[in-house]
Every structure is written in structure tokens, then in C-alpha cells.
Design a protein. Structure first.
Length: 188
């Protein structure tokens, strides 16, 4: 069994501007830097074997800031990236929010579908379960990363149901999952 803690990247400059970054490589805002430090404090008591993050700057910066000073490897992985919004990259969040339910199987123009992200996260999980069986890891990602984790963890919810469920924000943005190999046997 793999214990996986998920946290989203902290506030980016695009988040503050109301833009959806997709694959744009934007930095954390000042508030994001402070929140990343606070996030690390919430993880301080967890015995962790590795931290994985999207290779996009806002996720790597969150991981590096949150886990600074701890002897835990931080491993960027492009399979944990946000959905590529293609031509809609950095458009207003409200526009992307309206598009998301239509982009589950159909890619954003010039970009990806949510299903494509789910497949990438599934490949990541298969590898992580094999290498980190019996251990605990953290994943720092994005909205689509969380959709994918929920999909692979929940055999009774469709991707459409997951995407259409309102985001459950938490004061302490940490979600805990326990993955067994059978979680990854669902049909893609």
C-alpha cells in the first residue's frame, strides 16, 4: 500500500490575477510563498519518503519552500502537470471553469483533455506504488492532478462526476489517499 498526501500548489501570480495558467510556467505570488511555508509546517510531523511535484514552477516552488531543511528528496515529474489549456492558457478562470466539463474527453483547443492528464497520473501512480510500497509520499500538483487522484482512488465515480463536483477547499489543503495496486486496475 502507498500512502499519498496531496496538496495543490500555493497561490501563483496568475491565481491572484484571476487567470488559469495551464502549462504556463508562472511563479508563486508573495502570498503563495508564505502559504508554502505554512503548508510545510502542517507536514512537519509526517514521516515522508519523498515529495513529488509537477515540474511547473508554481508546484516546484511550493514543494521546495514547504520542505526546505528536511532531508526528503523533491522530485519534479511532468506527469503531475495541470491540464494544458492550449489556446486558452492564461484566460480568465471563469472561462476555464465553464470549459472543464466539456474537456473531459475532448482536448482544449491546442491542448489536452482531462482524460489525458488522468492517464499520465495513472502511469505515475503505478510506478510510485511499485517503488514506494509501504511508504508515504507527498504530491504537489494542480486541479487536474487532484481529479486524477480521485479518479484512480474511487472506483465508483466517473471522471465526469469528479470534474463536476465542486472543489472542496480546506483550511489545511492536505488530502490523504491510500492506494493499493487494484485501484489502478480500473478501465481507462
Amino acid at each position: 500500500m502507498l500512502t499519498l498526501f496531496y496538496s495543490p500548489h500555493m497561490t501563483s501570480v496568475d491565481n491572484e490575477a484571476g487567470h488559469a495558467s495551464g502549462h504556463a510556467n508562472v511563479p508563486l505570488s508573495q502570498a503563495g510563498w508564505a502559504s508554502a511555508l505554512e503548508l510545510g509546517q502542517h507536514y512537519a510531523q509526517e514521516d515522508l519518503d519523498a515529495v513529488f511535484c509537477s515540474d511547473l514552477l508554481r508546484a516546484t516552488a511550493t514543494a521546495e519552500r514547504a520542505f526546505a531543511g528536511r532531508d526528503i528528496p523533491i522530485i519534479p515529474d511532468k506527469r503531475l502537470r495541470e491540464c494544458d489549456y492550449g489556446k486558452l492558457t492564461q484566460h480568465p478562470v471563469i472561462e476555464i471553469d465553464k470549459e472543464f466539463p466539456r474537456r473531459i474527453h475532448t482536448p482544449f483547443p491546442g491542448g489536452q483533455s482531462v482524460e489525458m492528464v488522468v492517464r499520465g497520473v495513472g502511469a505515475f501512480l503505478r510506478e510510485a506504488i511499485r517503488i514506494y510500497d509501504g511508504k508515504s509520499i507527498v504530491v504537489i500538483g494542480h486541479r487536474a492532478t487532484k481529479y486524477a487522484l480521485a479518479y484512480w482512488h474511487t472506483s465508483n465515480s466517473t471522471l465526469k462526476e469528479i470534474v463536476n463536483t465542486p472543489w472542496e477547499w480546506r483550511d489545511i489543503p492536505i488530502w490523504r489517499y491510500e492506494f493499493q495496486p487494484e485501484h489502478l486496475e480500473r478501465a481507462e
